[in-house]
Design a binder for this molecule. Structure first.
Ligand code: GDP
Ligand code: ZN
Length: 455
């Protein structure tokens, strides 16, 4: 890790300030060449006013504030410098070019955080939390990522691994010195210990569904025949909550997809154009896309018109939904009711039913509550911030759980301890991958390749 790296650390585009960050052994040397302090010299950790100047031509590039931070108490645990330029791409680009010309190399995406990990300042799950923090679109997503950065998940994993290690030591001693005068472990005791460790893993795993939704968002497909109120639903939820990605000021629009924050949960709403058979090619493409959205959705909202009798098309949709997770909106209750809750519940026993008048703004709060209840189902509480949000972590926990199941099975069968030991070791290593303790370079590279430049 001898190379010194540099990148623009702030978002591209216009801004009040923009920052060029440098990390590595040549940081000070490079900073001294390009930064001319206006008064005093460069003092460790002191933000200093001055100019970025091309040392060759003497040409001034920008008026800046710069700071040098001596290792090891820095983001990367290496020498780090930040040059705070005016937030213009011209200044930032020129300053970066100048820094690179003095011997730094352009940082890869996530490389600063990767160094923080490789130098032992963050473990892998904490490093992963950094990118989740940056991408978080709701308060809740941010809080959960902050908890992970703080080491909440790591501590749990370390705790479980410690218990596993104690058990492993016990098993190994019994294998290696079976006749010695050491405390013998019975199969019964072994079984109890394995079950206890398994319980700890399962407790983490039950948070994984909610955690994924908090991190990646809830995919909701809105379905229903024409004119029942699908666009009205999208618009009401947009007005009521907050659009996350688009912010076109809002009269009624016929957008297909919107990302909103509903009670702090990122939700991607998609209006599926319809799923009816058709001969029209363009329509066919739309229908294929709708089916895909529908199949991948975490939740389906089926909108029906309360004022009209159920039609063939409604029937088809009900069949298509089958026993998927669904909310049925009986909309337009202001126009009269040929449908009510009970009637729908007999046809779709698994669905949650909400009666609405989107025109009169009745029932919208209830829709939001139903969505919230689906996200925090079962044991996962709303104020919980320790959750497994990352699929990589979930898969590793599942592998560890499987290994423990094997170990437990063999214990019950009274198999040789050598075999049981292998599975316990595997579980220990799978858990180690979560925090990056036992992890291959491929996985590390994969994790950091998802980062943005300059982080
Ligand atoms: P979509 O085709 O399913 O997207 O339906 P729209 O949202 O475009 O709504 C079709 C029409 O029904 C519009 O004129 C809406 O104003 C109207 N509409 C939507 N919800 C209600 C409701 O609750 N009551 C009444 N009376 N009209 C509604
Ligand atoms: Zn519509």
């Amino acid at each position: 890790m001898e190379e010194t790296i540099a990148a623009i650390a702030t978002a591209y585009g216009e801004g009040g300030i923009g920052i060029v960050r440098i990390s590595g052994p040549k940081t000070f040397e490079i900073l001294e060449k390009v930064f001319i302090p206006a008064r005093s010299g460069i003092i460790n950790r002191k933000l200093t006013y001055g100019y970025v100047e091309d040392p060759k031509s003497g040409q001034k590039i920008d008026e800046v504030l710069a700071v040098f931070m001596k290792e090891p108490y820095t983001y990367t645990k290496e020498d780090v410098a930040e040059i705070h330029c005016h937030g213009s791409m011209v200044s930032l680009r020129k300053t970066l070019e100048l820094v690179l010309r003095q011997g730094a190399r352009m940082a890869e995406p996530g490389e600063f955080t990767k160094r923080a990990f490789l130098n032992g300042r963050l473990d892998l799950s904490q490093a992963e939390a950094v990118i989740d923090l940056i991408r978080a679109k709701t308060d809740k997503t941010f809080d959960v990522a902050l908890g992970q950065l703080d080491g909440q998940l790591s501590q749990k994993v370390i705790h479980i691994r410690k218990a596993l290690l104690d058990l492993l030591v016990n098993v190994t001693v019994n294998i290696d010195y079976p006749d010695e005068d050491i405390e013998e472990m019975t199969y019964e005791e072994l079984e109890i210990e394995i079950s206890q460790i398994n319980d700890m893993i399962e407790k983490l795993l039950v948070t994984a569904d909610t955690g994924r939704i908090i991190r990646e968002g809830l995919n909701v497909a809105i379905i229903g025949k024409p004119n029942v109120g699908k666009s009205s639903l999208m618009n009401e939820l947009l007005k009521e909550t907050r659009a996350i990605v688009t912010d076109i000021p809002g009269t009624t629009r016929d957008t297909i997809e919107e990302v909103v924050s509903i009670k702090n949960i990122p939700v991607r709403l998609t209006d599926t154009a319809g799923i009816r058979k058709t001969d029209d090619t363009i329509e066919k493409m739309g229908i294929e896309k709708s089916k895909k959205t529908f199949n991948e959705a975490d939740l389906i909202i089926f909108v029906m018109d309360s004022s009209r009798e159920i039609s063939q098309e409604d029937q088809e949709i009900i069949q298509y939904i089958g026993d998927r997770r669904a909310v049925v909106l009986i909309n337009k209750i202001d126009l009269g009711k040929s449908w009510n809750r009970e009637k729908v519940e007999t046809v779709m026993p698994n669905a949650s039913v909400v009666e609405t008048s989107l025109l009169k703004k009745v029932g919208i709060e209830e829709i939001e509550q139903v969505i919230l209840d689906m996200v925090y189902s079962g044991e996962v509480k709303q104020n919980e911030s320790l959750m497994v949000t990352n699929v990589r972590h979930k898969e590793l926990l599942e592998k560890a759980k499987d290994a423990l199941a094997d170990a437990r099975h063999m214990t019950l069968e009274r198999e040789a301890l050598d075999f049981i030991e292998v599975d316990l070791k595997n579980a220990y290593e799978w858990l180690g991958e979560i925090i990056g303790e036992t992890v291959s370079d491929d996985i590390i590279n994969e994790v950091f390749s998802r980062f943005c430049l300059g982080k």
